[in-house]
Unconditional design. Structure first.
Length: 156
């Protein structure tokens, strides 16, 4: 639907952003007032290139794991909820490279331009959709191997 004013700008192209404020910072956990409708696992933009991920809730606060330099944060700083799923870049170019939780390079190599991104939080494939497991992964602890056998090359 186009604007009736003839501007050519699509109607309803407005983005709503929910905001909160940093109330406390302890190491890599920030307590945020506000963000009443955020979800567990949602990304938040904490300013100055720092992002965080919602990891818990208290009565009036949201607990956010800081995915960046927590020294850049300040009490009272505005935090904005990001309305997109938490995805990371994937691909063969990442083999042998050191990356952070957001998939950004931390080593001295050049930045990686990924072709694909995948969600961090997703359902595991059903048991019938997985490859059969023929080998046991030995943990080195006999009691664990006896009571909780782990299949090699298995996510379960």
């Amino acid at each position: 639907m186009k604007s009736s004013l003839g501007s050519g700008i699509p109607l309803f192209k407005m983005k709503l952003a929910e905001t909160g404020k940093v109330r406390d910072i302890k190491k890599i956990i920030a307590r945020i007032d506000g963000l009443p409708s955020c979800l567990y696992g949602q990304l938040v933009d904490m300013g100055e290139g720092v992002r965080g991920i919602v990891m818990g809730f208290e009565e009036t606060e949201v607990l956010v794991l800081v995915l960046g330099d927590e020294n850049k944060l300040r009490i009272g700083r505005e935090v904005t909820g990001v309305n997109e799923p938490f995805t990371i870049p994937v691909g063969h170019r990442f083999l042998g490279r050191m990356i952070n939780a957001l998939g950004e390079t931390c080593d001295s190599g050049p930045p990686i331009m990924a072709q694909e991104r995948r969600p961090v939080f997703r359902d595991s494939p059903g048991i019938t959709d997985r490859q059969p497991v023929y080998q046991v992964l030995h943990t080195g602890t006999k009691i664990v191997d006896a009571f909780v056998p782990i299949g090699k090359d298995s996510a379960s």
